[in-house]
Design a protein around this ligand. Structure first.
Ligand code: ATP
Length: 379
């Protein structure tokens, strides 16, 4: 017996064990995923990971080889694109050059035989939403790239889809405009409340705009989480590496208690102490990831920082700054450290925020290349 859930409790979009093969190649591999109403959801991953194929299956432009796709509880797996409550904004936001902005936006409603009065009201509303209400009479070639992008958005939104699909929506814009459009797109999504599903390979874009992201690799889902959770609690090594920068230390568990653990690594002379347990027997191989901005760097001359109370020699290593890059708000350092008893050694990436400095530029100093430093981090 199948139960019908009340509509509002049901996720808006459900991928159920969806796979897609092209010949013998598996582009999407057994993906199960729920997307809730009103989310700004992002499909993220490196080139070829299958994110566009997943989006195209949601749009109805590809058919799954296996599994089902439900929208609002209705099986859409074999429903053609034009009969799905879904609209897509493509990367190359094609607009008709011979039609005005308003005519472009009205086009889809005309095809659907929406009466003129309603059509005009809805076009006006959509143009206002994307801040193009003054531009309705212009032709697309009289618009900037960012404005043309907004026409494409208005054209999709005017049809009031339950879901708006965006395929790398900002990739054709230059860097400055892309930044501005990020904020605008997030604001528009917030204002209309329509569920957005966006494909991007740009992690900054996904983290900045999305309420949740699905990170994919080789056709498989790696993790589905809010941006901050992807960064702070990566589910596996791929996620940790893909999102942001991270220092990866390979080691083995030496202590594993419910509330703390220690790891011995060949590349780092000190043990690494963690104030929470890791599931694994002693000697289990593990990766420890330490983000550059969570490392404290102090000149050796200032003395050795204290390690964790439970294991004072842990989490402190000595090294030498071998490179630095001043980036305005922060400076990135490469610090070469010595290895453990069996050799090794590694280069740590360390980020230091640049706070208030002296008014005299000659006194504004970071730490110089060649400086001997201690690196330390919290358990
Ligand atoms: P990109 O960011 O480069 O667009 P993607 O993550 O969106 O990559 P997809 O476009 O989903 O990746 O493609 C996933 C894999 O499936 C790729 O290896 C691609 O070559 C392959 N693929 C996609 N469409 C087809 C097709 N129609 N026929 C054969 N192979 C395909």
């Amino acid at each position: 017996m199948t139960m019908t859930m009340p509509q509002t409790l049901q996720p808006l979009i459900q991928f159920e064990a969806v796979s897609k093969r092209f010949g013998s190649f598996i582009a999407v591999d057994d993906v199960s995923l729920d997307i809730e109403r009103g989310e700004f959801f992002s499909l993220l991953g490196p080139s070829g990971c299958g994110k566009t194929t997943l989006l195209r299956m949601l749009a109805g432009l590809e058919t799954p080889s296996e599994g089902r796709i439900l929208i609002d509880g209705v099986d859409m797996t074999h429903v053609p694109p034009n009969r799905r409550p879904v609209n897509m904004v493509f990367q190359s936001y094609a607009v008709f050059p011979h039609l005005t902005v308003a005519q472009n936006v009205a086009y889809g409603l005309k095809i659907d035989r929406v009466p003129r009065d309603e059509r005009e009201a809805r076009v006006e509303e959509a143009l206002k939403l994307v801040k193009l209400d003054e531009f309705g009479h212009r032709k697309p070639d009289q618009l900037s790239g960012g404005q043309r992008q907004r026409v494409a958005l208005a054209r999709a939104l005017v049809k009031r889809p339950k879901v708006l699909l965006l395929d790398e929506p900002l990739s054709a814009l230059d860097a400055k405009l892309r930044d501005a459009m990020r904020a605008e797109l997030a604001q528009i999504q917030h204002d209309v409340g329509v569920t957005f599903v966006m494909v991007t390979h740009d992690q900054d874009e996904a983290l900045a705009m999305a309420s949740r992201c699905a990170l994919m690799n080789r056709g498989r889902l790696q993790q589905v989480a809010a941006p901050a959770d992807l960064y702070e609690y990566p589910a596996n090594r791929f996620v940790a590496d893909f999102i942001g920068t991270i220092n990866m230390v390979e080691g083995r568990l030496s202590i594993d208690e419910p509330d703390h653990a220690a790891v011995t690594a060949r590349q780092v002379p000190a043990p690494i102490y963690l104030d929470h347990g890791v599931t694994g027997a002693p000697d289990t191989p593990v990766w420890v990831g330490i983000r550059p901005e969570k490392i404290t760097m102090t000149p050796i001359a200032q003395g050795r920082p204290e390690g964790p109370a439970a294991l004072p020699q842990a989490n402190v290593v000595a090294g030498t700054i071998v490179r630095s890059a001043y980036l305005g708000s922060q400076t990135l350092y490469d610090v070469e450290t010595g290895g453990g008893p069996n050799g090794g050694g590694m280069v740590f990436k360390v980020a230091r925020a640049n706070g208030v400095r002296s008014l005299s530029p000659s006194l504004a100093t970071g730490l110089p290349v060649g400086e001997q430093v201690f690196l330390s981090w919290a358990p």
